[in-house]
Write a protein that binds this ligand. Sequence first.
Ligand SMILES: [Zn+2]
Ligand SMILES: [Zn+2]
Length: 55
Amino acid sequence: MTIVSSMKCACETCLCIVSLSDAVQKQNQYYCSDACANGHPSGSGCGHTGCNCHQ
Ligand SMILES: [Zn+2]
Ligand SMILES: [Zn+2]
C-alpha cells in the first residue's frame, strides 16, 4: 500500500508540489503557503521560486 506523501498545491494557479507533512491544510485541501490557503487576499504569490500564482 502506497501512502501519498506529496501533492500539488490546491491553489489552481499554483505549480508547487507540497509534502503533506509541511503543507498548509485548509478544508481538506493542501496548500504550499498561507497565501494560497487564504486565496491570496493581498494579491501576493506564495513566494516560491518559479511559481507565479497570485490570484
Ligand atoms: Zn506556489
Ligand atoms: Zn497559490
